[in-house]
Design a protein around this ligand. Structure first.
Ligand SMILES: [Ca+2]
Ligand SMILES: [Ca+2]
Length: 479
């Protein structure tokens, strides 16, 4: 079998057509500033120390500083007459209120939070330059990447498990201290006994007979005997001093949830149980790099419950190279992702859909899904066409692997706006892309996502912390 086909297997395994589910995501991007308002106002965080202002045409920076002083605002020019001006947020006023005040004065062409671009850092991981730079640059990620990007966010990888001993992942696993006593009981009512680091829902009764030792599900041993889930996890959050690659959101935590067996195949019931568990555990983002061609009331209900509990679901659109996508990617509110990476011109063009990826109006976003470098359990190197490159790292292709890039982008954005509810985060990410042809998805633009214009989009009054939450304790951060 062609290696690529093998890597695509998990996405195809648990695999109808529909193209309407994401309308709700696509219909309401954050509102752009109205044409009648000359000042462009980008959302400042309430806690921002300062604002960055672009002087309006005809007003130079020193004149703007003087005019602001008359409004009681301390400001300084950063350079030349047409360079930006920094305004300090006065004690007793929040950044948003100050931004609105300056915007309504008409003195500035634009007003925004100052400081978003200061987090810039090039990943120092040894294999970044040779193995990842092209992908990061296609995503416009390097300018906003940081080693703690995604901090405070838990991403559930509902997949074949995760190798939690992997040097690039060991420090990135969400640890559940509420049931870490190994007494055989489900002490925190999470639905899984002693689930210190995730849970497996794969049962010996339904797994492929070729799989190794399996335990009665649910079981805390969410180890990865396929490799697919570990590969997904590395793309999201690989990091730490021993990591040789950089995850998109290395500050995020991974919650391993095993629903696919050693052949990358799973059952609807087990996958649905895994989704429900992830949501109960407080996962902000749930990554589903699998799909089925059959609509399922059970799976749909699990997705709805997870959304009710406040999770954002990101799912793979499938790998059949045709128009239309798979379940659960088409369910309402699910962020559906297809792989990009057109190799027809000899080099990889990440702005175009990959030849094997499903596409069409149901796909919210494209993300790179060809030639990706990520983590693999060492025991899987050389097995089933996984080819490791000098250590427990391998290359993979597929919409399965484009999906976690979008999940990680959601983690990066959410990490900066922790009080936003999942549907809002989903709308911001779905609208952060390169220009798209009518009716088609386009490549995710992470820098754009992080500069999203929240102002006027209306910050909802609900929050994850204050809204409905699961009975299970949220995973705490382990080290
Ligand atoms: Ca226990
Ligand atoms: Ca438990």
């Amino acid at each position: 079998m062609h290696p690529r086909l093998t890597r695509l297997r998990a996405a195809a395994a648990v695999m109808l057509f529909a193209g309407l589910a994401l309308l709700s995501l696509r219909e309401a991007p954050p509102a752009p500033p109205g044409r009648d308002r000359p000042t462009e106002l980008l959302a400042p965080a309430a806690s921002a120390a300062g604002l960055a202002l672009q002087p309006r045409p005809g007003l130079d920076a020193p004149a703007l500083v003087e005019a602001l002083a008359r409004l009681g605002v301390t400001a300084r020019a950063t350079g030349g007459a047409q360079d930006p001006v920094q305004a300090r947020v006065p004690t007793g006023e929040d950044a948003r209120s100050l931004a609105r005040r300056i915007a309504s004065s008409g003195l500035a062409a634009s007003v925004e939070e100052d400081g978003l671009v200061t987090a810039s850092a090039t990943p120092a991981a040894p294999r970044y330059e040779s193995g990842q730079r092209a992908v990061f640059e296609a995503l416009r990620l390097p300018a906003v990447w940081s080693p703690d990007g995604g901090a405070g966010i838990t991403v559930a990888v509902v997949d074949s498990g995760v190798d939690w001993d992997h040097p690039a992942l060991a420090a990135r696993i969400a640890i559940n201290l509420a049931d870490a006593d190994f007494d055989g009981r489900d002490g925190d009512a999470s639905g899984c006994a002693d689930d210190i680091a995730g849970c497996s829902f794969v049962s010996p009764d339904t797994a492929d007979p070729s799989c190794g030792p399996l335990f009665e599900a649910p079981n805390w041993r969410a180890r990865d005997d396929e490799g697919h889930g570990t590969f997904v996890a590395g793309l999201i959050a690989a990091g730490g001093p021993r990591a040789e690659i950089a995850g998109v959101a290395p500050g995020a935590r991974i919650l391993p949830v095993k629903v696919l067996d050693c052949t990358g195949t799973g059952r609807i019931a087990e996958a649905s149980a895994g989704v429900r568990y992830a949501a109960r555990m407080g996962a902000h983002v749930i990554n589903l790099s699998f799909g089925t061609r059959t609509d399922s009331a059970v799976l749909r209900s699990a997705i709805e419950e997870a959304q009710r509990l406040g999770s954002l679901i990101v799912a793979s659109a499938g790998n059949d190279g045709r128009r239309g996508v798979t379940y659960p990617a088409v369910y309402p509110g699910v962020l559906s992702v297809a792989a990009s990476g057109d190799t027809s011109a000899g080099s990889v063009d990440y702005t175009r859909v990959a030849p094997f990826a499903d596409f069409g109006a149901g796909v919210a976003l494209l993300a790179p899904g060809v030639g990706l470098l990520s983590t693999l359990p060492p025991a899987r190197c050389g097995q089933d066409n996984w080819v490791c490159e000098d250590g427990p790292y391998a290359r993979g292709d597929g919409s399965s692997f484009a999906t976690p890039i979008v999940a990680a982008a959601a983690a990066l954005f959410w990490s900066r706006h922790l009080d936003l509810p999942a549907p809002f985060v989903g709308r911001v990410i779905a609208s952060a892309h390169r220009p798209a042809p009518p009716g088609e998805a386009a490549l995710l633009d992470i820098a754009l996502a992080l500069q999203a214009r929240l102002f006027e989009a209306g910050l909802p009054g609900t929050s994850r912390a204050g809204g409905a939450s699961g009975s299970g304790a949220a995973p705490s951060t382990g080290n």
